[in-house]
Design a protein around this ligand. Sequence first.
Ligand code: X8Z
Ligand code: ZN
Length: 652
Amino acid sequence: MMFKIVVELALVGAIASVFIVAAQGRAQEKASEEAAGRNYMRSLDEIMAKARNKKTLASWAYESNITDYNQEQQLQVSLEVAEEEKEYWKETMTYLWHEFEDEDLKRQFKKYSILGSAALPEDLNQRLINAINRMQSTYAKATICDYKNRDKCDLHVEPEVTNIFASSNDAEELKYTWLEWHKAAGAPSRQDFTEYVQMDNEAAKLNGFDSVAEWWLSEYEESDSEDQFAALWSQVKPLYLQIHAYVRRHLRLKYGEDVVSAKGPIPAHLLGNIWAQTWGNVEKFTRPYPNKQDVDVTEALISQNYTALKMFKAAEEFFTSLNLTAMPPLFWERSIIEKPDDGRDMVCHASAWDFFDGEDFRIKQCTEITKAFFTTTHHEMGHIQYYLQYKDQPTIYRAGANPGFHEAVGDVISLSVSTPKHLRKMGLLEDGPDDLESNINQLYKMGLDKIVFLPFGYILDLFRYGVFRGITSPEDYNCHFWQLRETIQGIEPPATRTEEDFDPAAKYHIASDVEYMRYYVSYIVQFQFHRSLCQLAGEYDPSDSSKLLSNCDIYRSTAAGNALGKMLQMGASKPWPDAMEVLTGQRKMDASGVLEYFQPLYQWLKQENERTGEHIGWESSNVQFCTPEQRSYMANSDFSEKLSKYSGALVD
Ligand code: X8Z
Ligand code: ZN
């Protein structure tokens, strides 16, 4: 009996050790597969840096000088790189990366497992690239005639159309210019946009997404991002409604009730910006306390002989004062910071470029000497700062924690630069009182940039999500676009619109295939970042009324700069909540930063609107942008359902 037990035990032991040896063997095998994966990833990442460098150089050459030759070169390089990416992707997918132990290595493989538009067969990829290039060049080359001098027909969006919107008080001139720009830049791209949507959706499907909407949303790495965006909108909507009502009243007083109705949406051409996305240019005649100091510094910039270069150097100095990095020599050699006057066509819309070689970083911007461009200069330099901070990360991580983070860096700096406190330090603003009325003026000016942008930033991609998902078909493009603008932004077109028009493409990012929710996200999170940086700089204390968030200047605070740098250095190596936590201790996007910043203005606007009996919100527009047929089949459509879901409770 005893003998039998011993034999049995020995047998069990032998079997177990066979299993253990087998398991050890498998573990070793896995470890060596993972080691091979690590080696492969290192070399893949280097090869991809070179490929991206080549592609970016060709795009820069094209966008800074739009010629047929440069377009063809850009196309060929893009197609070559796509082939290369496709070959490497096949190899990448032979690794069993899902089973890797190392989370970071897994993350890199996961990111490389999304091939992008290179997944398309070459002929479809070529159609996609060509459709985008045609839209982009239509936009860049679009010109209109001057209202007062109809023989002068070389007005581009930058600087001429922008300047007309910044300075004209003539409602007829503004309406004419608005209509002409949309005719020249928007309508011609309708076909190309439709082709682009088809091709890009094919690419999305080949990458495992239902449509481009889901692909874009995946960049935010959370399954409920769309709901988060909607919740943020509900948080800030009451603030928007107040500034909207206040501005409408002043526009009505200025242009008369025939042009601006008491309870309707605001006509889009009267807000100082061709897209009505920021309204800073109406500040001069809507300022809450007109007798107080003018907070605009455009005149000071001009009278102090600021040049584009001087604005860029001033921006750089702010970054270095925070112990962040100076712009490298190649930046100054290769950037284009003024519009070339040699007659070439160029994409003037400001942009910042990473060439993925750790040395070459550039800005392309048609700078004008204005406060708005001073802000844009900081915005673009914020992108370069991010590139510089994460340049030693693997190529695949050289991106923002999410696209909104990238847009927020320079804006956070501008929040300090734009304070009267800082402008005085720079000698751009004369000494003045720090009283409540001046503070309201200052907050109002910021609100015209920041609060009013939120619904605009939000709707542009609500529109495109609908298109990509097939909820909005080509026959309804313009109707749905204006339906969104009316419902969420409370604005209306200056005249009847039809499906002959295609107004979305009169905006750069639609014509150039640039995702736009990033700006909405940025305009929320930048206030979270600002609040934390101000606390680190000892410039903000919620319990001390002499230290308002809106008057915080983090200039020269290395504590703030180091904290910001730490977040930026992470690039996309971790999901964005980890990056946000490093700087703010928070893991969620939330509008409390915006609301805290604008709290005194909100109270003031509410009182003022009550005092004047202004209607809050808006009734339906009297301008036609959908036909009665379109309206009737829209009533119970998926589009309407989405619209009410994502707009918060409908206004009126
Ligand atoms: O496009 C830009 C930047 C380049 S990333 C100049 N912005 C958006 C726009 O102009 O529509 C910055 C704010 C919003
Ligand atoms: Zn940007």
